[in-house]
Design a protein around this ligand. Structure first.
Ligand code: MN
Length: 702
């Protein structure tokens, strides 16, 4: 059984390569020892048959060895490392690639999903040889499908028809494509297949010689008209006849073109001359003529199609085309599919692949080999996309570099807005994790979760980006508006403590004056610092009945720590509850809170309009960041003691850096801690000072 493989390989490989192949066979036979196929054959007969199919395509030794080993990683205890050691890294990569394809399972039967799945399969294989091994594997499994149970047979046939046959077609592997289709059809619809097969046999009868006679008649006619042409005949396969019946709701007798003839001529005028000559030979069937030369098909296909009444009423489909059109029809499929229509620039690698695929197709008809093309040929068939599964088995295509957050937004905006964590292939991962082909992703959401501005640093899809931006903007608007309302009420109360409410008429006038549509807009402007609360308050009071005599400054605004983005804590001094604070209204950004003793505040005192008195409200659930510097003597375990002390005091370390001190005996530790308030901080600092190795503790401001 393996002998014929070695013999076939020897027709185009060097003896030492064939020897390698023999060694791979022994390795595989040993690994699969004791395993049998459903057909009853020893398991190793399958990889041998797969490798044999690949010799028909003149694949290189590495691919043949990989074919012999393609099932050992999945079905035996052999590891990738062992294969790499015995047969080289490249062979190991090929086997690994095939095994990875075996592991992904196609679940959905929707058309669009099948297309995505095909792309996923191709995107997962950076080396075309992996696909070719997989296709040969599938072909052999289809050829021996009879041994399987009916249910499994139908599933495999369906998958072959939906996924693998189209891949073969697009790679231009025409004979393989036809055989896969035919076998799938036979197993998927055994009864229909049998009926059609019989009908075809009956229609064909013993008319082989009739076909030959037609061929002769066509050749003579064209020669008589001085048209140089190559004429060939072909029989349509059962599946394409069946598809035609299905698509156009025809009965078998209505499907004309059981027999096809192809006429290849030198140039375009000759195509039309040949057409005229053939219409003179047999009568054309009205309405069946199509001029795909004048109007090419979307994929670039060009030809003249006509159907003629042949002898004995046999319908004959004839395609007429030039040599050039013929090449595109045969090989163009691959080229058009590999690159997006708009992509005119092919990179070097793609160009090489393209050439190689074409040479592969030529190789099938002629002999000769192009092993040099195969050496280390890596391709990225879909360099811009990544294909991943949803938990329900649907496939999404996303741009390369997409993260879990992009995925969440691709599934649904709500899922994006509420996502808090993600699992890839059952494992918890950070949201920023980049997705890989074939990943299965699950997004974990929480009802009250919100988009994080930090996501904008790593999302790549426009959808995610725009939804995050939109959400943040709305949120900021709402928060600003709430803060603005409080600022305004405070200002009004300070100006005129007796005024209970501002009259609606005053509001209406104000809105007209400032050109805002709603009060919320005015509040948001105040919150964002575009308008000063005190100015708006004065205007509202003068517009209403109040006399607006007062020039007193407003009282303090209470800061609760829950204002969100409308309020910022200055980074220079990091104020925490308990610190004396002051607010600065910054145009477009809202209120920025500083400590009284912040050096920045001293510098900007000259702008009194913009400063607001603010005070801490008492609740204090929120945590605030504060920076500490510790000078410590360099003793073993000091950091651990410091960290333990901080944890004991119920605080978290946000950030930590250690710098060498003034002498080698000391170091500076810089901490960013989270504290509730000044009291909390004082308690932590006291605790730290009790550690003997700690020399000094200072809070850093500015
Ligand atoms: Mn297999």
């Amino acid at each position: 059984m393996p002998e014929t493989l070695f013999r076939d390989a020897a027709t185009y490989l060097r003896p030492e390569d064939v020897a390698q192949l023999e060694s791979a066979y022994r390795f595989s036979a040993l690994a699969h020892e004791g395993q049998f196929r459903k057909t009853g054959d020893p398991y190793v007969s399958h990889p041998v048959a797969v490798a044999k199919i690949l010799t028909q395509w003149h694949l290189d030794p590495q691919a043949l060895i990989a074919a012999l080993l393609h099932d050992v990683m999945e079905d035996t205890t052999v590891t990738k490392a062992e294969i790499a050691e015995r047969f080289g890294r490249m062979v190991a990569e090929l086997v690994d690639g095939v095994s990875k394809l075996d592991r992904i399972e196609f679940e959905s039967h929707e058309q669009a999903q099948a297309e995505n799945f095909r792309k996923m399969v191709l995107a997962m294989t950076r080396d075309v040889r992996v696909i070719l091994i997989k296709l040969a594997d599938r072909l052999h499994n289809m050829r021996t499908l009879d041994a399987m149970q009916a249910k499994k047979r139908a599933r495999i046939a369906r998958e072959t028809l939906d996924i693998y046959a189209p891949i073969a077609n697009r790679l231009g592997l025409n004979a393989l494509y036809q055989e896969l289709q035919e076998l799938s059809f036979r197993h998927l619809y055994p009864v229909r297949y049998r009926v059609l097969h019989k009908a075809l046999l009956a229609a064909r009868g013993n008319r082989r010689e009739v076909v030959d006679r037609i061929l002769d008649a066509i050749r003579n006619k064209l020669a008589g008209s001085h048209i140089e042409a190559v004429v060939t005949g072909r029989e349509k396969n059962l599946f394409s006849i069946y598809s035609k019946m299905q698509d156009k709701h025809l009965s078998f007798s209505q499907v004309f073109d059981i027999y096809g003839f192809r006429v290849v001529v030198r140039d375009v005028p000759a195509c039309y001359l040949a057409l005229g000559a053939l219409h003179g030979l047999y009568k054309p069937i009205p309405g069946k003529f199509k001029d795909y030369i004048a109007i090419a098909k979307a994929n670039g296909y060009q030809s003249l199609h006509t159907t003629l009444f042949g002898p004995f009423g046999m319908p004959l489909e004839v395609q007429i085309r030039t040599q050039e059109m013929h090449k595109i029809a045969e090989a163009g499929v691959a080229s058009h599919w590999l690159y997006k229509q708009s992509d005119t620039e092919l990179n070097d690698l793609q160009q090489k692949t393209h050439q190689w695929l074409q040479s592969l197709i030529e190789m099938q008809s002629q002999s000769g080999s192009s092993i040099e093309f195969l050496e280390h040929l890596k391709v990225d068939l879909f360099p811009d996309e990544v294909y991943v599964f949803t938990p329900k088995g649907l496939i999404l295509s996303l741009p390369r570099g997409s993260t879990c957050v992009d995925f969440a937004y691709a599934v649904h905006t709500d899922i994006g807005n509420r996502c808090v964590a993600a699992k890839i292939n059952q494992e918890l991962v950070p949201l920023r994790t980049e997705l890989k082909n074939g990943d299965r992703i699950e997004i974990i959401t929480a009802a009250h979760a919100k988009p994080n501005p930090a996501w904008l640093n790593y999302v790549v899809t426009g959808k995610a980006r725009s939804h995050i931006r939109h959400f943040l903007k709305t949120m900021q608007y709402e928060e600003s508006s709430q803060l603005g309302e409080r600022l305004l009420n405070q200002a009004i109360a300070a100006l005129q403590p007796t005024a209970e409410t501002i009259e609606d008429s005053a509001w209406d006038k104000l809105l007209r004056d400032v050109g805002s549509a709603t009060r919320e807009e005015v509040f948001a402007d105040i919150g964002l610092g575009k308008q000063l609360a005190i100015v708006v308050a004065r205007r509202l009071l003068t517009l209403g009945e109040g006399d607006g005599n007062s020039n007193r400054l407003p009282g303090s605004v209470m800061i609760r720590g829950s204002e969100g983005m409308a309020l910022q804590y200055a980074r220079c001094c990091n104020p925490i509850p308990g610190d004396p604070i002051i607010g600065y209204v910054k145009k477009g950004q809202g209120l920025v809170v500083h400590t009284h003793d912040c050096p920045i505040v001293r510098k900007m005192r000259g702008d009194p309009d913009k400063w607001l008195d603010v005070e801490w409200a008492t609740d204090g659930k929120k945590l605030f960041a504060v920076n500490l510097r510790l000078v410590v003597s360099n003793e073993l375990g000091t950091l651990a003691r410091v960290a333990a002390e901080i944890a004991d005091a119920d605080s978290n370390v946000d950030n930590l850096s250690i710098e060498p001190g003034d002498s080698s005996a000391y170091s500076n530790m810089l901490f960013t801690l989270q504290v509730h308030n000044r009291l909390h901080l004082a308690q932590i600092m006291r605790g730290l000072r009790r550690i003997p190795a700690v020399i000094r503790v200072t809070r850093l401001k500015g």
